[in-house]
Structure formats: structure tokens, C-alpha cells
Design a binder for this molecule. Structure first.
Ligand SMILES: Nc1ncnc2c1ncn2[C@@H]1O[C@H](COP(=O)(O)OP(=O)(O)OP(=O)(O)O)[C@@H](O)[C@H]1O
Ligand SMILES: [Mg+2]
Length: 96
């Protein structure tokens, strides 16, 4: 089954600074997308919103027409979203 992730009028701000506003895009499972843009342009911030590491300030993110914020977070990660961190975010298993 092909899943759709719709970003609708999405906006994210930090204090009074809007990183992006009125962002609209549709992603489909099974496809590969490249998110490109200048440093500080908001690429990580968008992925953090989709990955639910941070809340959007405006708009909505729908997975198969269901607002992702209504999906239990464990179900979301287990069934729909995988997130590879730029800095790996690995937990060191070396004892001090
Ligand atoms: N937690 C935060 N608090 C305040 N401002 C933030 C925070 N995270 C990001 N920003 C700001 O949001 C803007 C977008 O940052 P972001 O990290 O999303 O850009 P980016 O496109 O991923 O850049 P890069 O290509 O360098 O990874 C920048 O101006 C950044 O300073
Ligand atoms: Mg980044």
C-alpha cells in the first residue's frame, strides 16, 4: 500500500522568527526525495516536524489523511517513520 504524507500550510517559528510558512508538499512512500537548500533554510526543522521531534507552529501534517499528532508516537515510529540522525545520535556503550 502506498502511504501519503501531506504537509499542509506548515509553519514553524522560533520566538518571532518564522523558519518557514505556508509550506505545502505531498510525499509518497516508496519514493526518494532530496531536500536541498541553503544552510539555515529549515531542512532539519522540517524533518524534525515530520519526525515529531518538534511541534509545528502552524498547519498540519497528515498521514493518509490522518493528522499525525493523533497517532500514538510509538505506532508512528514503529509503522511509518524511520529517522536517521545527521549526528547518528548513538548511545555510547563504553563504560566510563
Ligand atoms: N531550536 C532552535 N531554536 C532557535 N532557532 C532554531 C532552532 N533550531 C533551528 N533554528 C533556526 O532555524 C533556522 C533553520 O535551521 P535548520 O537547522 O532547520 O536549517 P538547515 O536547512 O537544516 O541547515 P543546515 O544545512 O546547516 O543543516 C536557522 O535560522 C536556525 O538558526
Ligand atoms: Mg540541517
Amino acid at each position: 500500500m502506498v502511504h501519503q504524507l501531506n504537509v499542509n500550510n506548515l509553519g514553524k517559528r522560533f520566538d518571532n522568527y518564522w523558519v518557514f510558512q505556508n509550506l505545502n508538499y505531498r510525499f509518497e512512500s516508496g519514493k526518494i526525495y532530496a531536500l536541498t537548500g541553503p544552510s539555515g533554510g529549515g531542512k532539519t526543522t522540517l524533518l524534525n516536524c515530520i519526525g515529531r521531534l518538534t511541534d509545528a507552529s502552524d498547519g498540519e501534517i497528515l498521514l493518509d489523511n490522518k493528522d499525525v499528532s493523533s497517532i500514538k508516537i510509538l505506532k508512528y515510529y514503529r509503522n511509518y517513520i524511520g529517522y536517521l540522525f545527521q549526528n547518528y545520535a548513538l548511545v555510547d556503550d563504553q563504560l566510563p
